[in-house]
Design a protein around this ligand. Structure first.
Ligand code: DAH
Length: 337
């Protein structure tokens, strides 16, 4: 009887060490299996007196019950941890944590600013809610100019409006600092255009302004050609076309040769071989006057480009609406750029 008690103690000790299903099966075999310890005891009973045999038999059955009970308890615990950890395949690839990426507009804006920064330009910013004075008057817009029409701009009470371009920051910058100046102005602009593949009510511009003695059209051309070569590559040509803006004289529209057909003419460039990238010109004397500069003493050049348009040309994006739809499939293509 003593050895049976010891056997149970041994069992408890062994059971405590069981961690896996394998170990549990071995424990089961060793104690309650066909060739287990309890069966050995049963076999040895033949040698006992009938009375002892009954007593021992009962004891053995009692132990068997206790052991089986404990084994089935252990089975639950070990089974669970096997489900949780035992079948983990450490060689499987992990779950990727989705990483964000910069918006293509941010990417191109950073690149544009980086190029001008390397040429010695500083960055200035101005408000998106502007006065009619800064947005139009100070920039030499006549009062009958179509941009002043309610059809074209978002007007707010008290002569405020959402700025239609970044040019008002030219005036704000000149009011803040004396010449000479060399700034670029990134920012959001608003126009009452119906949305289509090339128009958006919200869009971005980068304005440029250089003011110093003796600035000429040559400085403007050199700067823009350098910028275009850095952004689009040395193989793209730049051309200046005469144009009109109230705040520049002379004014030009700047084109680069089409990257698809190399200037031959194709569907991308409307068969002209050229793509417009910005407006530019020499600062109008009236603009200097509005800002409190002496137009006799200094000259300047200015330019303004649409960031969406530049990004569309650079990345081959066919529709401006893609920038504003938050479509992750579209946006994730710019990861790592
Ligand atoms: N503000 C003009 C526009 O939104 C772009 C522009 C043209 C800016 C010529 C300039 C410039 O600074 O010189 O269409």
């Amino acid at each position: 009887m003593n050895s049976l008690d010891r056997c149970l103690e041994e069992f408890h000790k062994d059971a405590q060490r069981v961690r896996t299903l394998d170990e549990l099966n071995r424990l089961k075999g060793r104690y309650v299996g066909r060739k287990g310890v309890l069966n050995d005891y049963l076999k040895q009973m033949k040698a006992l007196s009938p009375e002892k045999r009954r007593e021992t038999g009962q004891k053995i059955n009692q132990l068997k019950k206790i052991m089986e009970e404990e084994i089935s308890q252990l089975q639950k615990v070990v089974g669970q941890s096997t489900k949780k950890y035992g079948k983990v395949d450490l060689t499987l690839p992990g779950n990727a944590i989705p990483s964000g990426s910069f918006h293509p507009i941010t990417l191109i804006l950073n690149r544009i600013i980086e190029i001008f920064f390397s040429l010695g330009f500083r960055v200035e910013e101005g408000p998106e809610i502007e006065t009619e004075y800064y947005n139009f008057e100070a920039l030499n817009f006549p009062s009958e100019h179509p941009a002043r029409d309610e059809q074209d701009s978002f007007f707010l009470p008290h002569n405020y409006l959402l700025r239609t371009h970044t040019s008002p920051v030219q005036i704000r910058t000149m009011e803040k600092y004396p010449p000479p100046l060399k700034v670029v102005v990134p920012g959001r602009c608003y126009r009452r255009d119906p949305m289509d593949a090339t128009h958006s009510m919200v869009f971005h511009q980068v304005e440029g302004l250089v003011v110093a003695e003796g600035i000429s059209m040559g400085h403007l051309k050199g700067t823009i050609e350098l910028f275009s070569r850095r952004l689009f590559g040395a193989n793209r040509k730049v051309r200046f076309r005469p144009s009109f803006f109230p705040f520049t004289e002379p004014s030009a529209e700047v084109d680069i040769s089409c990257g698809v057909c190399a200037g031959e003419g194709c569907r991308s460039c409307g068969y002209s071989g050229w793509l417009e990238i910005m407006g530019a010109g020499l600062v109008h004397p009236n603009v200097f006057k509005s800002a409190g500069y002496n137009p006799e003493a200094i000259r300047g050049f200015a330019f303004g480009m649409g960031v969406e348009r530049i990004a569309m040309l650079k990345y081959g994006i066919p529709d401006i609406r893609l920038f504003f739809e938050n479509d992750l499939y579209f946006l994730s293509q710019f990861r790592g750029l």
